[in-house]
Design a protein around this ligand. Structure first.
Ligand code: NAD
Ligand code: DAU
Length: 348
């Protein structure tokens, strides 16, 4: 019997990780801690909420006393830490929120783990989920490896880089058994429509402009979220302590090509004449400090743990679009209220 804390399990990636862990490991007790910010949504995990090995706790990782008490009560064996402020554009308008959750929140979890494990680390593990954005930007060639120097450019990536450094420092200084993974852009079901792919799907359904930042020639490496969840499960169980692993899709796309591909797929799904959605493409003001290109070299996790993406981009996009078309109520719920205000401010 293991007791595992998963933070941020009501969010996009976290919900897929929680479902996988609850269903695959009935002998584990999974506690999902989430503050239910604008990005957290219990609908994402409604299907597993009554499972006997699952507990949801609403709470804020920034609250040190609360976190400390939670760890003392539950005596966790492992932590899979996903809770974060995750959107680059929001970090540009409100950087401090990112320092609070991503840096202070991670510190609180590290301190609480250190406090209950008291140097007895047998069977214990702190797994910190991070991003490829900590490496900064690539030029036209090259890939991020685990030894690429950190060079973050946005307040979001600076806060994630800072938290990565603290995790590593707790490993070196106090011997805390940690693993870190740095992953590329995820896409798939339950993705909040502030991020590019679900924003485009939602706007096509609403017949609204499709905002493309700058000249659209920025490149991202896209990975289907369920493949990320598989990698997280594998690294949690089989990764080596004090190691980091890069995770990526081997799947680079310039934004404008991705937008056009999605437009064609949406036209076909909606039985529209080809070219209908593309007419909505609108080039808008660029994101300040916009990183030109991310691309992950995922050789290490492939070689050492045997992981590779299982879903092609074609299949993943199909599944993603179908999910949004079948879950219009989910989309309506998350785009009402504060989303409207966010959207107006961001895209006016
Ligand atoms: P998300 O924004 O969809 O979800 C974040 C979750 O954390 C939400 O459920 C939210 O309610 C919760 N949360 C936020 N602040 C909290 C706080 N103070 N206390 C407790 N819970 C809080 O994010 P995501 O896209 O699922 O990303 C999850 C993790 O993976 C993040 O750490 C992110 O940096 C990392 N990551 C994301 C991607 C990606 O493409 N989305 C890629 C690589 C790494
Ligand atoms: O690389 C991993 C990161 O991927 C994660 O750490 C972040 O949490 C996640 O949000 C994502 O960051 P990006 O900034 O790359 O994702 P986003 O979907 O916001 O943007 C993808 C690209 O599309 C980027 O080049 C900016 C561009 N873009 C985005 C939006 C929202 C547009 O052109 N128009 C838009 O409206």
């Amino acid at each position: 019997m293991k007791k595992i804390l998963i933070t941020g399990g009501a969010g996009f990636i976290g919900s897929h990780v929680v479902r996988r862990m609850v269903q695959k490991y009935p002998n584990y007790q999974i506690v999902n801690l989430d503050a239910l910010t604008y990005a957290g949504n219990l609908e994402n995990i409604a299907d597993i909420e009554h499972e006997p090995n699952y507990t949801f706790v609403k709470g804020d990782i920034v609250d040190a006393d609360f976190i400390s008490a939670l760890f003392r009560t539950h005596q966790f064996d492992g932590v899979i830490h996903l809770a974060a402020e995750s959107h680059v554009d929001r970090s540009i308008t409100d950087p401090l929120a990112f320092v609070k959750t991503n840096v202070i929140g991670t510190m609180n979890l590290l301190n609480a783990a250190k406090e209950i494990w008291k140097g007895n680390f047998e069977g214990k593990r702190f797994y910190h989920i991070s991003t490829d954005e900590v490496y900064g930007t690539l030029g036209a060639t090259g890939l991020f490896t685990e030894t690429t120097p950190y060079d973050p450019n946005s307040p979001y990536s600076a806060s994630k880089a800072s938290s990565d450094h603290f995790v590593r420092a707790y490993g070196e200084t106090y011997g805390l058994p940690y693993v870190i993974t740095n992953c590329s852009n995820n896409y798939g079901p339950n993705h909040f429509p502030e991020k590019l792919i679900p924003l485009l799907i939602n706007n096509i359904l609403q017949n609204k402009p499709l905002p493309v930042y700058g000249d659209g020639k920025y490149t991202r490496d896209w990975l289907f979220v369920k493949d990320h969840a598989v990698a997280i499960d594998l690294v949690f169980h089989e990764g080596k302590n004090h190691e980091t692993y890069n995770i990526g899709g081997f799947n680079e796309w310039q934004n404008i090509d991705l937008v056009r591909l999605l437009c064609r797929k949406m036209d076909s799904k909606l039985n529209q004449t080809e070219g209908t959605a593309e007419q909505l493409i609108t080039f808008v003001k660029d994101r300040p400090g916009h990183d030109l290109r991310y691309a992950i070299d995922a050789t290490k996790i492939n070689r050492e743990l045997g992981w590779k993406p299982s879903v092609t981009f074609e299949e993943g996009l199909e599944q993603t679009i179908d999910w949004y078309l079948q879950n219009k109520t989910w989309l309506e719920n998350v785009t009402s209220g504060s989303y409207q205000k966010y959207y107006e401010k961001q895209y006016q």
